[in-house]
Design a binder for this molecule. Structure first.
Ligand code: BV8
Ligand code: ZN
Length: 253
């Protein structure tokens, strides 16, 4: 039996109701209840592999077939899952706030599939690939059989369109996310261990610019002690409750 969602303090609801520019900063935890494994949780995919072994250019140059096998496996998982109530609540919040931006570290495309319109993907998108030689985009590359590596018409090697460790974040997405964070008056950090930089620098950037920072996570993280509010529990329960409470007050206004 699920625990009833943690009681969300009225003080927080009042701050949310008056918010005008909202940023939802999400990590793997927001997709956990869809069945997408997180990275660092007990069942996280990093338990079997270390990030540097797979999500890095070195790993790809050393063994592209192994890295492709890992991404093909993750694409199969992601292709079989659906947005969960957390993604849906964030998409619905776009209707109740004057300006709502989702800044995600996830590559699973679930925010867009849930209906969120304004989404910045800091670490790319597993459904996209491109040629390392000529840059040609492969929106739906045929997943290679085990042990093979997809090749471009130019003969170059095709890679997943995700940001690996040691790689720069996409300029456009990063600049837009920094701008949205700087002008946010409400910043929700949801389902992230807040340890991967530069993405993890966004919550403190929001705070320095006067935003109310709310963390949603079943566990505390390095961000918890500096957040204004810590809602401890699963995003799939807390976010729909948060949306319901805010929407009901706004409707009466
Ligand atoms: C760069 C895409 C440099 C690929 C990913 C030492 C110190 C500081 C920094 C560094 C350092 N050494 C190296 C660095 C830099 C490095 C970094 O930060 N490393 C960390 C590990 C220390 N960063 C980089 O390399 C970045 N690039 O710095 O470039 C540069 C500079 C100039 C010029 C050239 C280069 C690139 C980082 C991007 C790496 N790519 N992913 C792929 O997915 O395969 S990272 C990967 O981790 C994912 O994007 C993921 O989203 C991200 C962060 O993890 P989380 O999303 O937080 O997931 P995690 O599992 O950790 O946590 C899940 C959370 O959910 C938990 O807290 C859990 O409690 C919670 N949860 C569980 N269930 C629920 C829940 N929450 C809510 N509801 C639930 N139901
Ligand atoms: Zn090419």
């Amino acid at each position: 039996m699920n625990q009833p969602p943690q009681e969300i303090p009225r003080g927080l609801i009042d701050q949310c109701v008056s918010a005008r520019e909202v940023v939802a900063f999400t990590g793997a935890g927001v997709s956990a209840e869809s069945g997408v494994p997180t990275f660092r949780g007990p069942e996280g995919i990093w338990t079997k592999f270390k990030p540097e072994e797979l999500a890095s250019m070195d790993a790809f140059m050393k063994n592209p077939a192994l890295v492709w096998e890992w991404y093909a496996h993750r694409r199969t998982i992601i292709g079989a899952v659906h947005p969960n109530p957390a993604h849906v609540a964030l998409a619905e919040m776009e209707q109740i706030f004057p300006r709502m931006t989702v800044v995600t570290q996830n590559i699973d495309n679930l925010h867009r599939r849930a209906g969120s319109k304004r989404v910045f993907e800091l670490h790319g998108n597993i459904e996209r690939s491109y040629c390392m030689q000529c840059g040609k985009a492969y929106p739906d590359v045929v997943l290679p059989e085990r042990g093979s590596v997809p090749k471009c018409t130019c003969g170059g090697t095709i890679r997943p369109d995700v940001v690996w460790f040691g790689e720069m974040l996409p300029e456009e997405e990063w600049e837009s996310s920094v701008a949205a964070t700087t002008s946010a008056d409400l910043f929700l950090s949801i389902g992230t261990s807040a340890i991967v930089y530069p993405a993890a620098s966004l919550p403190s950037l929001a705070r320095r610019n006067g935003a109310v920072v709310v963390e949603v996570n079943p566990e505390p993280t390095p961000l918890t002690e500096t957040a204004d509010w810590f809602l401890q529990g699963p995003a799939g329960e807390i976010l729909p409750e948060l949306h319901r409470r805010i929407a009901s007050i706004k409707k009466k206004a």
